[in-house]
Design a protein around this ligand. Structure first.
Ligand SMILES: Cc1cc2nc3c(=O)[nH]c(=O)nc-3n(C[C@H](O)[C@H](O)[C@H](O)COP(=O)(O)OP(=O)(O)OC[C@H]3O[C@@H](n4cnc5c(N)ncnc54)[C@H](O)[C@@H]3O)c2cc1C
Length: 456
């Protein structure tokens, strides 16, 4: 804190009251899990959280807009064994938090369900067997099961399937669907139960950031706020702000939209499909919906909308700025679009978005691979549901990056959070809290955090 000695005691207090130790921009799951972590486990005194919309978790963290899966890496066949281990540790931190707050407070936030990843042709069966041999040590509860056991667990996955078709699954009873929006609220409630000064301001859209005399001045459409440290937990917008501060580290965001279809309840648990390694978005899966026990959700689809927020075409200009149309990014984009697997996924998904016939193609090419008897007439597009995954392009590697990315510099952190960003919230908060407290010279009670939440 730079004290102004010309002030009297009371005016200095007034002056100092404007300053925050940390300003967090974005009240989604990334921002509030960090708020909770800082307030409960560190010596921080004052935190301000600024949110563009009128409430918490209005975008990707809202349960309507994501697939509600606590990812462990066991049924995500596109993850490498290292990514699976990292995701497993992050998911366990969320479970530890839920157990620490007690069943009364956590009952509405999550539900345990069985889960499986399904192979439905010879190639997929072979690939799933290989995956199993590499991850079974990491996930000892994972079982490899054939048609008869699959039929017992998920009758509709087998019913109507050609008897000669190859079918195999990896199954675990330890699946979790999480209402990440309610988890976001819970982080805020438990942060406010500490003795720290927390101010949360909604309908405060941050428009710029400037460094002034060792502080950051955060400008919103309504006012100015000052912080020693600023964290952008702003989802698809974090990289946009990193770029306005001259930090891009060769990264761009490819906005990947994801929508869902509903049917009446046809599955008991989560049924994922075999996905090729390295593809950053999961193949369409079938899931229960935590908010509605009578339905099954199929999705998410994959689209490339020209916006940073779903249905907000006015975010196009910001998307263009975040994308960076330089030569390296354009070559990276060309490489990505020439990838045969990505091409296949995108071309199919373009068809799914065509009115009338889209639903028929989706039923035939996706949903019926999971539930063979399902027909287009059983499906309805889930309106106003779905979000945007800010998939990261690394123009040095000239490729899409799998998972989240953190840019850290001089009292600023920018968190870019595609899937499984909600699962990784506490792992990310731990990393941020360690960095922030070290930077500010504040204590962080790592052993208490490790005891209650775990270590990523
Ligand atoms: C279709 C889909 C399916 C997914 N499925 C899963 C899943 O099953 N499991 C999983 O773990 N993850 C999943 N994810 C990813 C997960 O939803 C996100 O990683 C996570 O919600 C990101 O949280 P966040 O807080 O970083 O971002 P967000 O939830 O997007 O929150 C960012 C916040 O920042 C605010 N903000 C932005 N700009 C400003 C500004 N200028 N001023 C003030 N506030 C601002 C926004 O309004 C918003 O509230 C999925 C994502 C999608 C799109």
């Amino acid at each position: 804190m730079t004290a102004d000695h010309s002030h009297t005691g009371s005016s200095r207090r007034l002056q100092e009251s404007k300053y925050n130790d940390v300003i967090i921009i974005g009240a989604g799951i990334t921002g509030t899990s960090l708020l909770f972590t800082l307030c409960r486990y560190s010596g921080i005194k004052k935190v301000l959280i600024l949110e563009k919309y009128g409430g918490m978790a209005q975008l990707n963290s809202n349960s309507r807009n994501n697939a509600q899966t606590l990812h462990f890496g066991d049924i995500e066949t596109n993850y490498s064994p290292d990514k699976a281990k990292e995701t497993n540790r992050a998911a366990k931190m969320v479970l530890n938090y839920l157990s620490a707050i007690g069943r009364k407070d956590s009952a509405e936030i999550y539900r345990k369900v069985q889960k499986m990843v399904l192979a439905t042709d010879d190639g997929e069966v072979e690939s799933l067997e290989k995956t199993y041999s590499t991850i079974k040590k990491i996930f000892p509860e994972l079982k490899i099961i054939g048609g008869k056991e699959i039929a017992k667990l998920e009758p509709n996955v087998v019913k109507g399937r050609d008897k000669d078709d190859a079918i195999l699954a990896l199954n675990s009873p330890n699946g979790y669907m999480v209402d990440f929006g309610k988890l976001t609220n819970s982080f805020m409630i438990n942060a406010k139960r500490t003795n720290k000064t927390i101010e949360s301001r909604f309908n405060e859209e941050v428009i710029s950031l400037e460094e002034k005399n060792g502080f950051y001045e955060v400008n919103t459409r309504k006012g100015r706020y000052y912080g020693k440290f600023v964290v952008f937990a702003s989802g698809t917008y974090s990289l946009y702000f990193a770029k306005t501060m001259g930090m891009d580290r060769n990264l761009s965001v490819l906005a990947v939209g994801g929508d869902f279809y509903y049917s009446k309840k046809v599955l008991r648990g989560k049924v994922y499909r075999v996905q090729k390694g390295g593809i950053p978005f999961a193949a369409v899966h079938g899931d229960p919906d935590i908010a509605n026990k009578r339905v099954t959700r199929f999705g998410p689809t994959v689209s490339l909308p020209l916006e940073l927020e779903r249905g907000h075409i006015e975010t196009l200009a910001d998307y263009i700025r975040t994308f960076d149309f330089d030569i390296d990014t354009m070559i990276s984009l060309k490489n990505i679009l020439l990838d045969k697997d990505i091409q296949r996924i995108l071309s199919r998904n373009i068809i799914y978005s065509i009115p009338i016939i889209g639903k028929y193609e989706f039923a035939k090419m996706e949903a019926s691979k999971i539930v063979p008897s399902i027909k287009a007439d059983d499906l309805t597009i889930a309106k106003d549901i779905g979000g945007i995954r800010p998939q990261i392009i690394d123009s040095k590697k000239r490729a899409l990056v799998l998972g989240e990315e953190k840019i850290t510099k001089d009292g600023m952190i920018f968190n870019v959070t595609p899937s499984p960003g909600a699962t990784s919230c506490l792992a990310s908060a731990y990393e941020d809290a360690r960095y922030i407290t070290k930077y500010l010279g504040i204590e962080f009670d790592e052993s208490r955090f490790a005891k209650e939440i775990g270590i990523p």
